[in-house]
Design a protein around this ligand. Structure first.
Ligand code: ADP
Ligand code: MG
Length: 470
């Protein structure tokens, strides 16, 4: 998807206010009634309709009048909201060229105020699969865009949390800087994906390092699940960095052994083919670990002594707890159940509109969020999805609270847990990450972005703060 960020410059406060209002309305409306948008946005001088027209022109919204007059966000609209938030937080000041198109993401260079270049990953769940099934229509279609926005956000949150936890345990991963909506900002990895590398000085060493990483991950209780030449970066000194974590699972996952073996096999196959390595020699002595190898030299999952509890403890510290994972599972399963019983019609003309049920299941599977199939829930039901709904409906715009406060509020809404401690910890982590990627220097913007206003605010004033920041 093209990301024309120039448009960002021409969008007014009112534009962003209305865009945010649509996002809020989407918490329990697939298509947000125009009237409700107007009420949530509460523009001081009116004119919501004109603003909506402008947003529509820039393809930030999609208009739907099939059942009633309403709008919803497009991916581009969602991108702009995330980018605007990151800019307000002082995470970066400019968006540069696109450096990667992943299976289900777009990766851009972004630059901080002092010129440090970072990488921004925008998650786009279901994009590839969507193209393959564009013509198919089924019972899920009317809710797909709503679901994709939400799932992309979960993928980003999960990736950010894993990156953070892995980094803290000394794994070679990008430095996780910040996360908002479907967007993760991280340090820019120097080098290329292994798939582009035709020659290595020391293929055996690189191979050992990479297999060592798979084993080391398992010892820490984790399996990458997509560990291949596309998700391993390598620089001119043949230093390895692993990327792409939304699909990682715990070693206690019911299919852990299969995922582990698959990751190992991918690496063996690739090195065998590309660098003509033969693996019979890859024995226990070679890798210097206690891990046994099978008759083909592959490390065996059962011989790895795994560190239990890594997921629970470490990820909780990074903002993605076991409970979050359970909540996510409930949300998704609840969504599917509700869709299954519905027969409403969807619109036909927007890119991310349609998904087949298999595609959705495949995507959910790849996120490994659907572990308890029998567990259905009402989580998605109107009025229950988000605690903040009430305040969305009645929010008014008065007062002019600062962006810093709105950031904090928005973060706590995003996490949807009310866990003030967690939000504080996340803000601290973000401050540290930006400072460290910048080599310890912090810009004025970032200093200003994290002032703690203190005090507990009601849901209503949270909304006011968030809205008045645009
Ligand atoms: P996907 O989940 O869609 O596969 P990835 O995280 O694997 O996305 O990223 C896709 C591509 O973007 C990678 O193959 C790589 O070329 C590039 N990329 C991703 N993250 C970074 C980064 N931090 N620094 C440099 N390039 C990156
Ligand atoms: Mg990838």
């Amino acid at each position: 998807m093209k990301l024309d960020v120039d448009v960002l410059r021409y969008l007014s406060k009112d534009d962003f206010r209305v865009l945010t209002a649509v996002e809020m309305g989407m918490r329990n409306h697939e298509i947000v009634p125009t009237e409700l948008i107007d009420r949530i946005a509460s523009l001081k001088h009116g004119g919501t309709y004109k603003v909506l027209k402008n947003l529509l022109k820039h393809k930030l919204l999609h208009h739907d009048s099939s059942k009633y007059d309403g709008f919803r966000l497009t991916y581009l609209g969602y991108d702009f909201l995330a980018i605007k938030t990151m800019v307000n937080r002082g995470v970066f000041a400019a968006v540069g060229r696109q450096i990667g198109v992943g299976k289900e993401s777009d990766i851009f260079e972004v630059a901080t105020e002092d010129g440090t270049v970072l990488a921004m990953k925008l998650h786009r769940l279901g994009r590839i699969s969507f193209r393959a099934v564009k013509s198919k229509r089924d019972y899920l279609r009317h809710r797909s865009s709503y679901n994709w926005l939400y799932l992309s956000r979960l993928a980003a949150l999960k990736e950010f949390a894993f990156m953070k936890a892995l980094e803290e345990h000394g794994f070679p991963v990008p430095k996780a800087v910040d996360c908002n909506r479907h967007c993760v900002v991280m340090s820019l990895v120097q080098g290329y994906p292994l798939v582009q590398v035709k020659q290595l000085q020391n293929p055996e060493t690189v191979f050992e390092t990479i297999i060592g990483l798979v084993v080391h991950l398992a010892e820490h209780g984790l399996i990458h699940c997509d560990f291949n030449e596309f998700n391993i970066m390598i620089d001119d000194n043949e230093k390895v960095t692993m990327i792409d974590f939304p699909q990682m699972v715990s070693v206690s996952h019911r299919n852990a052994q299969m995922y582990f073996d698959r990751d190992v096999e991918c690496i063996f196959k690739f090195f065998g083919k590309r660098f003509n390595l033969s693996f019979k020699e890859h024995t226990d002595e070679n890798d210097g670990s206690d891990v046994d190898s099978d008759e083909n030299g592959r490390p065996t999952f059962s011989s790895i002594s795994k560190l239990a509890g890594f997921l629970d403890k470490e990820l909780a510290a990074s903002g993605f707890s076991r409970k979050d994972q359970d909540d996510i599972e409930k949300f998704i399963e609840g969504g599917i159940e509700k869709d299954r019983s519905s027969d409403t019609e969807g619109t036909e003309d927007e890119e991310h509109e349609s998904e087949s049920s298999e595609t959705i299941k495949r995507t959910l599977d790849s996120l490994h969020l659907l572990e308890k199939e029998e567990n259905t829930s009402n989580f998605i039901e109107e009025g229950k999805v988000y605690e903040n709904q009430q305040s969305c409906e009645t929010g008014q715009n008065n007062g002019s609270e600062s962006e810093e406060a709105s950031d904090k509020e928005e973060e706590s809404q995003t996490l949807n847990t009310g866990d003030v401690e967690l939000v504080k910890r996340l803000n601290k982590q973000r401050r540290r990450a930006i400072a460290s990627v910048r080599g310890g220097r912090r810009s004025l913007a970032s200093r200003n972005s994290y002032k703690d206003k203190g005090g507990k605010s009601s849901q209503n004033s949270k909304l006011k703060k968030q809205l008045s920041s645009w």
